[in-house]
Design a protein around this ligand. Structure first.
Ligand code: ME8
Length: 531
């Protein structure tokens, strides 16, 4: 089983391009793994509790429950629009999730892993956490990234995180694949060195925060939003669930190697996913070989007027709305851009001109042109009937070899989550196919009746390459891939597995359909270019 998750998004606002990127990336990977023939379970969802949600709801004058229902809908609608096809949907207000969180809290308390203490210190509502002196900047202040910081004194419940730090250090030192890309491991080890012996405060008194999961053994408290949210990765796949809860069998889901792959952004690696989560799992009795893997992606930034990359944020007013972009440029163009113009793990600047350029160049001009030529010429020269024709020439064999090599390169890159690299390999091959067309000139050979079999062979090479490209592109642009398969009159192509991609997908005598533009070129309006 390949169990893939994303971060669950805060529902204190509308989804932005960072959310869309992560979910599309996860969807591309999930679709690719299905194409590889793996059994896949893809879980995504929303993080609905916490002070931020409570505050925004209060500002809008509605109950948090009403508020999160409304914002959750926006996420659901967007994933629907962007063809994000998940198997499990996590909403932390779900009673089954709450029951799981309470069960874990009770078990940890029984095992003596929780205790109460009074703490006086500074608290950041934006990050929903207590700050220490380590969080002060060079001027000795808590910087703007923490938002409003207030000093509070309160009694809370603590999880003995420090009991597990020694184990985590050892585990990290002996394993190379807990966190990807590899350079993040050093960062995590560094953070562990600095983290000291502090335990984790996992409760919030109800006087301050009502919107959360009540402690089962102390009704004056709700659960810290991160402790609650991280548990979604197990609660929504049946961990400690009632048999009739309508959830999957946990043992089956959490059984792969690694048992789970969590896709997250770089801002939530330390401490939440890199320290709290493995320690929580360890405390819950998960063994080393049951630890998940973290695939940490970078950020989409925007260039400021002075040319500097800065994170998109509402306060900077540089947020891009994925919903509007999908309407304006199409779902395929947006999905393609989001995984094509960024190296997994690194940051990139979101640039509308590049979105348009990459779509027009790689999809409309290169692949679109190949599809159009393949279908058009077959219709005109052989009534749409395909045949491998005569013996393959050196040119034909070279093109076949390039296709085999491209499929292997694509596979290698996708296995490493390097989607941009896989797409580059594919585009390089499409360029070769178009060059082959230009050299073979079937439109001229067509005039000579003795060359009829040769024309068939060339046209067969076009169509066969288009068929392979449609399958390989299907994880990224599923709508376009379906259109191509349909025009080839082979809708079933998209049920093939990667290993089925051998030369000869299209049978001798197969009749293909009529061409319709699959990638209509995007015409840049002034406004979009300035975007
Ligand atoms: O952190 N580019 O939620 P969130 C790329 N609820 N990714 C970005 C991004 C950007 N500009 N901005 C945000 C939370 N993200 C918690 C997660 S998981 C148990 C709880 C990514 O809505 C971010 O890195 O603030 C994170 O992975 C995801 O969007 C959700 O962010």
């Amino acid at each position: 089983m390949f169990f893939l998750t994303t971060a669950i998004d805060y529902t204190n606002g509308s989804p932005h391009i960072g959310h869309a990127y992560e979910k599309v990336l996860a969807d591309v990977i999930a679709r690719y793994r299905r194409l590889r023939g793996d059994e896949v379970f893809f879980l995504t969802g929303v993080d609905q509790h916490g002070q931020k949600v409570q505050q925004t709801a209060e500002k809008e004058g509605v109950h948090p429950a009403t508020y999160v229902k409304r914002t959750t809908k926006k996420f659901l609608n967007l994933w629907d629009k962007l063809d994000v096809r998940y198997d499990g949907w996590a909403e932390t207000v779900d009673e089954r999730h709450k029951a799981c969180v309470r069960k874990i809290l009770s078990t940890l308390k029984e095992q003596g892993q929780l205790y109460q203490k009074t703490h006086k210190g500074f608290y950041s509502v934006r990050q929903e956490q207590y700050l220490t002196d380590r969080d002060r900047n060079e001027q000795g202040e808590f910087g703007p990234e923490w938002g409003e910081v207030t000093e509070i004194e309160e009694e809370n419940w603590y999880f003995k995180l420090s009991d597990h730090i020694g184990w985590l250090k050892e585990y990290l030192e002996k394993t190379d694949n807990f966190v990807l890309p590899a350079f993040r491991k050093a960062e995590l080890l560094n953070a562990l060195e600095r983290s000291g012996e502090t335990d984790l405060c996992i409760s919030r008194p109800k006087e301050r925060l009502r919107w959360g999961i009540e402690f089962p053994f102390d009704l004056g408290y709700v659960t810290y939003v991160w402790f609650d949210a991280l548990i979604n990765y197990v609660s929504f796949v049946g961990y400690e669930a009632a048999p009739d809860a309508g959830l999957p069998d946990f043992a089956r889901i959490w059984s792969g190697n690694p048992p789970a792959t969590h896709i997250i952004g770089k801002d939530i690696l330390i401490p939440a996913h890199g320290i709290y989560w493995p320690c929580m799992l360890h405390a819950m009795g998960f063994r080393d070989d049951q630890m998940p893997q973290l695939l940490v992606h970078g950020w989409w930034n925007r260039k400021s007027k002075s040319g500097q990359s800065e994170k998109m944020s509402k306060s900077l007013g540089n947020v891009v709305d994925p919903d509007e972009l999908a309407d304006k440029f199409g779902v395929d163009a947006l999905r393609y851009y989001l995984v094509r113009d960024i190296i997994t793990g690194r940051d990139s600047d979101f640039d509308l001109e590049r979105l348009v350029m990459l779509f027009n160049d790689e999809l409309a001009d290169k692949l679109g042109n190949l599809c159009n030529r393949a279908l058009n010429m077959s219709q005109r020269f052989t009534d749409g009937i395909l045949s491998p024709g005569g013996p393959a020439t050196e040119d034909d064999l070279a093109l076949q070899k390039s296709l085999t090599e491209t499929t292997a390169a694509y596979r290698e890159a996708m296995d490493e989550y390097e989607v941009a690299k896989a797409l580059e390999a594919l585009t390089r091959h499409v360029v070769l196919c178009n060059q082959y067309a230009d050299r073979m000139k079937p439109w001229e050979l067509k005039k000579d009746p003795e060359q009829a079999a040769r024309v068939q062979t060339i046209l067969y090479h076009f169509a066969e390459n288009v068929a392979h490209c449609a399958v390989l592109l299907s994880p990224v642009v599923p709508q376009a891939a379906a259109k191509i398969a349909s025009q080839l009159a082979r809708e079933d192509l998209l049920t093939l597995k990667l290993d089925d991609l051998k030369w000869g997908l299209l049978a001798d005598g197969h009749t293909i359909g009529k061409p319709k533009p699959v990638f209509p070129k995007i015409v840049i309006e002034e406004e979009a270019a300035e975007g």
